[in-house]
Design a protein around this ligand. Structure first.
Ligand code: GLU
Length: 284
């Protein structure tokens, strides 16, 4: 089977050296095997994403010497597809509307004796709206209250037969525990679909066979594996790589303006230097 990899940045800022590493890993894996390398712009969050950053991503990658196969997939151009996936899950009774505000959830959690946390550090949703009656849901929706859609984790797990695992290169089958995320949001009040839903759907429709990405996203793979199982998508293999860090050992972030490809380029760095540096720094 031919290998298909992808680089899937969110256009919330300029690409930095850490992104360059991630992109290079995916690109090299595909090119070394005569496979395909895809570029996807994950701009599903209208509050954080900007079109000028999406344009800059393409420019910076091209400057770095990377090429991609086929057209760039831009998530905001595929909203009806995500809506259809949400409707299919809803029709199976696996989603419910959640009217809670952040403050509501915080209050409930403070009142609870012990509040469990999801792997991403956020407090787990206490399930308030899961218990609303059908009539109450209809009344609040008809009254114009805004709502998110949450996955009913217990029901979702009941749909899956057998143990869930994902295939991590060099480690083999890793057991998944998506229940650690609780009832996750799959469509936010202010964004049409969540990262977890879109990434799972897009990797499947784009035929991605190997997902290479930073190890910060490894815990989320448990959830992605559950969504793949629910939607009948073939699971890709995964290769999570260490994150590039600064001299203090902190992972690179938007605050590190000096490490963006743009400013490295202004400082006189060449694509060849960045390719060498980016690759070596995170190769174990
Ligand atoms: N869009 C995500 C990010 O920029 C990456 C998604 C992925 O590689 O699965 O962090």
């Amino acid at each position: 089977m031919s290998i298909v990899t992808r680089f899937a940045p969110s256009p919330t800022g300029y690409l930095h050296l850490g992104h360059a590493c991630s992109a290079l890993i995916a690109w090299r894996r595909a090119r070394a095997a005569g496979g395909r390398f895809l570029l996807r712009i994950e701009d599903i969050d209208p509050a954080r994403c900007r079109p000028e950053f999406a344009r800059a991503i393409e420019e910076d990658l091209a400057w770095l010497g990377l090429d991609w196969d086929g057209p760039v997939r831009v998530q905001s151009a595929h909203l009806p597809e995500y809506r259809a996936v949400l409707q299919a899950l809803e029709a199976r009774g696996l989603l419910y509307p959640c009217f809670c505000t952040r403050a509501d959830i915080q209050r409930e959690i403070l009142e609870a004796a012990a509040a469990p946390h999801a792997p991403d550090g956020s407090a787990m949703y206490p399930g308030t709206c899961r218990h609303l009656s059908g009539a109450e849901r209809v009344r609040r929706i008809d009254a114009g209250e805004r709502y998110a859609l949450r996955l009913d984790m217990a029901r979702a797990l009941a749909c899956v037969t057998g143990p869930l695992t994902f295939e991590e290169e060099g480690e083999g089958a890793i057991p998944c525990a998506p229940e650690r995320f609780g009832d996750v949001v799959l469509a936010r009040k202010d964004a049409p679909a969540s990262y977890h839903l879109c990434v799972t759907h897009d990797d499947a429709v784009q035929g991605v066979t190997l997902v290479t990405r930073g190890e910060d996203l490894k815990p989320a793979t448990d959830l992605h594996r559950l969504l793949q199982a629910l939607m009948g998508f073939p699971p890709p293999r995964y290769a999570h790589h260490p994150l590039l860090t600064d001299a203090m050992g902190r992972r690179l972030a938007k605050r590190d303006q000096a490490m963006t490809l743009r400013s490295l380029r202004e400082q006189g760095a060449t694509p060849a230097e960045i390719q060498r540096r980016g690759w070596l720094d995170i190769t174990p």
